[in-house]
Structures are given as C-alpha cells and as structure tokens.
Write a protein that binds this ligand. Structure first.
Ligand SMILES: [Zn+2]
Length: 102
C-alpha cells in the first residue's frame, strides 16, 4: 500500500474533504486507513465495572485509502509515493514531486 502509519494525508472526497491528518493505522489487506480526526463514528459503550454509566463515545473509523492523498513531509505538496530499489538492495519510498525518500 502506498500509505503507511504515520504519514500525513489529506482527504480528497466526502464529508471530510480537505481535512489533513496523520494516519493512525493502516490496513493493507483492506486498502483502508484510519486518519486522525476523520470519519468519526459513534460507538455505544456498555456499562462496565470501571465505567458504570456507559455512554456514547466517538472513534475514528477506517476509510478507503483511495479517498486520501499523500502529503510529502519534505516539500509539503500532495504527491504520489513511488518506490525504487537502492544499490544496497533495499526498497525505499520516495516523493514523486521532490524525489525525497519518505
Ligand atoms: Zn516531496
């Protein structure tokens, strides 16, 4: 997947369009990511021993990775990440705009 945990992304479609946030979790198998402050879902909390009241809290729900674009930490532009293999054989990701390894 071209986006990974810790990346900064911008939402490009839907209710949260234009919001930028950090990827809190990536689900490569499902092509989904959880982005900080994006796509809140209300969850009902049943009363527990620790929390007798229970109640409703909000939690970020995963969104499709195609709904976000990568923001390069180096040049600050939205860009595609590309991959290349270095001379030592390691695979790295780099920014398509400034070519910095990210
Ligand atoms: Zn860049």
């Amino acid at each position: 997947m071209r986006i990974k945990k810790g990346d900064t992304v911008r939402v490009i479609t839907g209710e949260y369009k234009g919001v930028e946030g950090e990827v809190l979790k990536a689900y490569p198998d499902d092509n989904k990511v959880i982005v900080e402050k994006v796509n809140f879902m209300k969850k009902h909390q049943r009363p527990t021993q620790q929390n007798q009241e229970g109640g409703i809290y909000e939690i970020e729900a995963p969104i499709d990775v195609s709904n976000v674009e990568f923001i390069c930490p180096k040049c600050g532009e939205s860009s595609k990440t590309k991959r290349k293999t270095l001379k030592d054989g390691s695979r790295v990701r780099y920014c398509s705009k400034c070519e910095e390894i990210v």
